[in-house]
Design a protein around this ligand. Sequence first.
Ligand SMILES: [Zn+2]
Length: 269
Amino acid sequence: MQSTIETLFWLFVPIPRQSRFESVRLKFANIGFRYECPLCQARLGSLHPLGENFPVLVEKNVVGGRQRNARCPCCKSSDRERLIYRFLLYQTDLFSRPTKLLHVAPEKRLTKLIAKFSHLDYLTADLDSSPSRVMEQMDITDIHYPDASFDAILCNHVLEHVPEDRVAMSELYRVLRPGGWAILQVPISLTLDTTFEDPSISSPEERERAYGQHNHVRLYGRDYIQRLQNAGFIVNEFIWSKYPQYFGGSKNKYGLNPDEIIFFAVKQS
Ligand SMILES: [Zn+2]
């Protein structure tokens, strides 16, 4: 709730400058020494809650789904966004080499950052084609681009929403150029060997109980990697905690999820 003084203050700040003022205000309000956000550079005392609270997410130890303190209170980035940004920075040449990049269902903070690099030929796309969010409408089970159109693809927390995920994986593989790479994160259970999906589970309530979110159509298990391999990808599982020097040190100052593995999928050249 804003005080009267705050309300009056905002009335006199020109609209183009309001987001800048708000960013500075949030950084002061949340200042601390425990965490540092690599996306907005805020120094933070704590992170805010993120994720869902359905029992299946705890029972099946679902990485990237269950509730945890992981959101930057300033830029609202998630632990996943911060991890991917650091990975892109230190494990790829995205920020130094001209790249045709497809970003499906783009994360807001990552998009803002990537869009600043003029050497990138950057396309954001989603099934929901709202022009304020993405450049283009795209169904990833039927991508209207020729083979080998992109050098790199980001498509995170999308496949668990797609009924025909094997078709989507094949399409992503098809439009990637040989030698290209994709980051394909999904919520994944560390205790399930085999992905659980049942087309008869169709109501939002049933899906919450079975998969941990109202619009998910499956809960991936360890065989997720095999599905990507079946589509043609060579899958590298990148465990960030083995490289603390690039990912926030032994104290995990970027507030990353210790269990999150980057699925770095490559198309053989
Ligand atoms: Zn931040």
